[in-house]
Write a protein that binds this ligand. Sequence first.
Ligand SMILES: Nc1ncnc2c1ncn2[C@@H]1O[C@H](COP(=O)(O)OP(=O)(O)OP(=O)(O)O)[C@@H](O)[C@H]1O
Ligand code: SF4
Ligand SMILES: [Mg+2]
Length: 712
Amino acid sequence: MADSGTNGQRDQRSEQGAKEKAAAARVASERVYVPLEDEDSVRASRDVADDEFLEHKRREVSDPREALQTPSMQEVFGPGGLLERCMTAGYEHRPAQLEMAELVHDAFQSHRHAIVEAGTGTGKTLAYLLPAICSGRRVVISTATKSLQEQLYQKDVPFLQKYFAPNLKVAVMKGRSNFLCKAKLHQMADQPVLRGMEEMDAFRQIRDWSKFTETGDRSELTFLTDDSELWPRLDARRETCTGQKCANFSECFVTEMHKRAAEADLIIVNHHLFFADLALKQDDFGSILPEYSAVVFDEAHEIEDVASDYFGRQISNFRFEELARDADIALRLLHLGTPALLRRTQRIRERSRTFFEAFPARDGKFPFTRAERAAFLEQNREAYDELAQALKGLETEFTAVTQKPEELLRLSRRSFELRQEMSFLFESNEGNFVYWFERRNKGVFLAATPIDVSQILRERLFEQFDTAILTSATLTVGGRFDYIRQRLGLDHAKEKALPPEFDYGEQALLYLPKKMPDVRDAGFAGKAADEITELLELSEGRAFCLFTSYAQMNDLYERIRTRVEFPLLLQGTAPRSVLLERFKNTAGAVLFATASFWQGVDVPGEQLSCVIVDKLPFAVPSDPIVAARVKALQEDGRNAFAEYQVPQAVLALKQGFGRLIRTKTDRGILALLDTRIQRMAYGKIFIESLPAYRKTQELSDVARFMEAPSPA
Ligand SMILES: Nc1ncnc2c1ncn2[C@@H]1O[C@H](COP(=O)(O)OP(=O)(O)OP(=O)(O)O)[C@@H](O)[C@H]1O
Ligand code: SF4
Ligand SMILES: [Mg+2]
């Protein structure tokens, strides 16, 4: 999250904001487009070398007087248009893509909100990027995951720069913990506190990389696993950053990221960062993103959940432990580690341990109602008060240090924030919040999450900005946008649901095995492993196996690992973008993954010929947030299963299957191992909501389909 701000900082920021606005306006007015009328301007002949072509374009756009009117979307996406002439790998005329681009373009021009559904693989990315760059406005593009940010930046942006807007400035912004903190790196090099050979080796690699990386983004570290214990001690998170007082501030990777964003036309973020920023703005705590004029939400069906997280409150045992750890490090580095001060941090550690141990030992996510919180406090009042006292004690001691260094002030502020969160979580009772706690591995998380974010988004987003574009392959239920608009508080918007671009009946075969046990049976995993093995043999690998939980993914991976010859990739063993790259470049690869690969991920062509889904992706009904939303709908006299749970799972399944067919020549197998789709009444809703795939219950049909030649 961003730095919290004092008045002075805020003033500086608004001055900065004004400068940024002026810079953005300059950028926008200077941006020029490839002239349409001039045949030569588009690479008519593939014989022209890229460099030559680019040089030609640079010369062409260097004189602003030559700036031309922006092209119409028909001239870009239509047959014989710019796109056709630029796309080296098989342009297809896609009417839905053109229509979407026109709608988005119109929304940008008329400063209105728009909500557009277009099927998976339609080419939505270009259908919003091109109108965005033609708008001349600074546009934030927010997508669901970091891997999708990288896909946009590595695939689509270079394409746009090459053929459409050579001067286009694009910045990628991610949360601070994705970046290396140079100050911490230097500290660790001076006073190594590394555990074992493996960590020393990883540290050496990170240090070498830090010398040449331009971004400092951990996604470039291909060897680093998601659960690395070293990285959190080196990352640039706000809590441990001393800001402008840091000796490395001017060349800090986070400073660089902000600089790039302040000059960019397009800023690519993920929903988490977007809503973290919006929530900070709400509290008047400053902001993370520079000023922008419009926002595009890709994978917009995800917004509700992410926004809920950021407009809620949360604490965990980790935050207390990190505070104590960071305080110890700061005291040591400042040579202030007196026994009295170190006792303070030790006390926080001990008191937080006692307090969090008071929560039930079993893993899971549980509601924490007003009565339950009162009962908890009655039993554990002492532990609660002592933890709050320990924090207060630290703040008092730190404030008493003469010439309070910035590090100590920041630590005091963190401690104060934690006390405030504690009192909100235990002593408030907001009607629109669901209170809950979760125990996961070594963590205990306490949170309050808004049940309904529509009013917050209406006021903070849709009434503050005049142009928000929401798009996804999965926004309508029963052909209408009512569900999503209501959940998000989007009252005024142009809307359109576009027909699919592909001939799903010809291109995809949906396999629904009939003899699987129920997904809740103990025998399910064993039989699922058999089915997946047979399917992989028929598809010669080249598959995504998508699971509804990590546990199921790991279990099936272990069961199948020794039974097939194909190269298997497992989510979590490398950064997502690296896994995706390996998948694309390894013949016959099979990827085992969960939610983050269900949406947006684009692997056109034969390399992905089979998508297997284990279960209907219902949100876990005992999840306190899901339960609270269901209850709220029921209290409103609505049918929560039909109106909330089924639609949500339908949208998720459509997303997962949507990975398979990405172009008109793609073909392949879809498999769903959950027989509830065939047995339960609600199964019909799923079948009816999916594209019109050909269906079978026989593996022999799958074999025949795979043997049939691809259409030209
Ligand atoms: N007109 C076109 N002709 C041929 N290929 C295209 C065209 N437009 C886009 N593509 C390609 O089609 C593929 C799918 O595009 P994209 O990833 O934007 O789909 P999408 O609509 O965002 O799907 P999803 O909902 O799954 O994210 C990409 O490989 C893209 O480069
Ligand atoms: S400015 Fe902050 S994040 Fe950047 S190097 Fe310094 S301490 Fe680390
Ligand atoms: Mg997409």
